[in-house]
Design a binder for this molecule. Structure first.
Ligand code: URP
Ligand code: ZN
Ligand code: ZN
Length: 487
């Protein structure tokens, strides 16, 4: 005879593989029973007619983070985590961003101190590594990975963040030794810099030129190069925020050749286009992010990639800068596009808009939705099966979706600390009405039910997805060639 803290009755649970009408019994924050439950729970929720999905994992977001030019995101760990929870997300993996000269330990301690008293849902961190010196890569990074921060992002662009190919190889070699997941921002820095200079020389500084400067070819070339470097050292890698068909096809080709290359895309590449950057006055600044939204045919290609399995994860890349002097307009009321803080908000709408436009329209299978919004992120970043699924022994992280509920997206309704949403006026068909993290009801009846700081820090395993294939390309084969033992 089992006793339960919480029972969710009569709902239809959906995992990456199975859809089933069954009750969910929860004890001490874990799922302990799936099936018909005769006993009574201390608390019960009737989910008849609703879908019970794994709580979402947003594996790419910037919270309480200073951009490389020193602009602070509008959301801290309280407003960010609350907004995520309202949209059905129960785990956040934001970045702990190293600025050059900082030790990784110091960086993580700082972010930890910000998140611990504020986050209402569980969280972990990816590192951002901007200083690839021997001390950082050889000593500090392995120590952080050992401590459970088993993924990190590196950049091929932005003056203060970019690593050159030599440094990237050093980082990849360390990730291979430590079995950590490398995430990479793949855009060719010099192509962007060169086009930017030419545009500005011609007086073309309006927001829409941001999308011209961040050319598709810059993304495609860098994606190809990043994959080549990863292949050389047999190191798994995830290309973040992919915006264009050309970059997606580089990922597909690598996957077809059996390489462990993963891709991520985000709402802005499904729901926005370059036309949004061309709005009146400075309004286009609200849509400036890197890489930028492209055209309608790119949107279609990105949808295809999400549906056909080419993309592994769907993240928000929430990078919230308000449309005022604290954010987008920090460089003045009419900055040229290169001075506009990059990024768009999206924590709360990430899952509802994909559910609405993907699942509800019949375009995307519900199991695929669960995979790209939750399960695959858990697998990719060392949280599976604790997070990202509905199984006995897993954390009771669940979102109960009312498929009939219609919500008009407006900045006023969204719970982040932003003064705009790029998705103003869009209608979401279906919404997660009850959101549960480790058995705690976080959102119910449109209200937040938990205290600030009640989310828990997640120490993560080394991801299976980051395990090298063990098959080096011929030129690196130690059997045939001298020198490969340095990897
Ligand atoms: O424009 C974007 N995506 N801003 C956030 C920073 C990044 O590179 O992810
Ligand atoms: Zn990036
Ligand atoms: Zn980002």
């Amino acid at each position: 005879m089992q006793d339960y803290d919480l029972i969710i009755r009569n709902g239809t649970t959906v995992t990456e593989k199975i859809k089933q009408k069954q009750d969910v019994g929860i004890k001490y924050g874990k799922i302990v029973t799936l099936g018909e439950i005769p006993e009574k729970g201390i608390r019960e929720i009737d989910a008849a007619g609703k879908l019970v999905l794994p709580g979402g994992i947003d594996a790419h977001c910037h919270i309480e983070q200073k951009s490389s030019s020193g602009i602070m995101t509008a959301d801290d760990f309280y407003s960010g985590s609350v907004s995520a929870a309202y949209g059905g997300t129960t785990t956040l993996l934001p970045f702990a961003a190293q600025h050059r000269g900082q030790s990784l330990r110091e960086v993580v301690d700082d972010y930890m101190a910000c998140a611990k008293p504020k986050s209402v849902i569980d969280y972990g961190f990816h590192l951002i590594i901007s200083d690839a010196s021997d001390a950082i890569i050889g000593q500090e990074l392995p120590a952080m990975i050992e401590d459970g921060i088993t993924s990190f992002k590196i950049y091929m662009t932005y003056d203060d963040l970019k690593l050159d190919d030599y440094e990237i190889l050093n980082v990849l070699a360390a990730a291979r030794r430590e079995q950590a997941m490398v995430m990479i921002h793949a855009e060719n820095h010099d192509v962007i810099r060169w086009i930017t200079e030419k545009l500005l020389d011609q007086g073309k500084g309006a927001p829409r030129y941001h999308a011209i400067a961040h050319a598709r070819i810059a993304e495609k070339e860098a994606t190809h190069r990043a994959i080549s470097l990863a292949e050389l050292l047999d190191t798994p890698m995830l290309i973040v925020h992919v915006s264009s068909e050309a970059a997606l096809n580089e990922i597909r080709r690598a996957q077809e050749r059996g390489l462990k290359i993963y891709g991520e895309t985000c709402p802005q590449y499904l729901f926005l286009t370059i036309d949004d950057l061309d709005k009146d006055g400075m309004d286009g600044a609200m849509f400036c992010c890197s890489p930028p939204p492209r055209d309608k045919s790119s949107q279609e290609a990105i949808w295809e990639g999400l549906i056909d399995g080419s993309f592994t994860v769907f993240s928000s890349d929430h990078a919230p800068y308000r449309f005022d002097s604290s954010g987008k307009l920090a460089a003045g009321p009419t900055p040229t596009f290169d001075k506009i803080a990059n990024g768009v908000p999206g924590l709360e709408i990430r899952m509802p808009l994909l559910f609405s436009e993907g699942v509800q329209t019949g375009r995307m299978d519900i199991h695929r939705f669960v995979e790209v919004t939750a399960t695959n992120a858990a697998k990719t970043y060392g949280l599976y099966p604790r997070k990202g699924t509905i199984a006995i022994g897993s954390d009771a992280d669940l979102a109960i979706w009312d498929t009939e509920k219609q919500v008009e997206i407006t900045a006023e309704k969204i719970h982040d600390n932003m003064d705009y949403t790029p998705y103003e006026g869009m209608i979401a068909n279906g919404w997660p009405v009850t959101v549960i993290n480790r058995g705690r009801i976080v959102i119910e009846d449109e209200e937040l039910k938990v205290e600030r700081g009640s989310g828990e820090y997640l120490r993560r395993e080394r991801p299976e997805a980051a395990k090298p294939l063990g098959k080096l390309p011929p030129e690196m084969d130690p059997e045939k060639n001298f020198g490969a033992e340095f990897i």
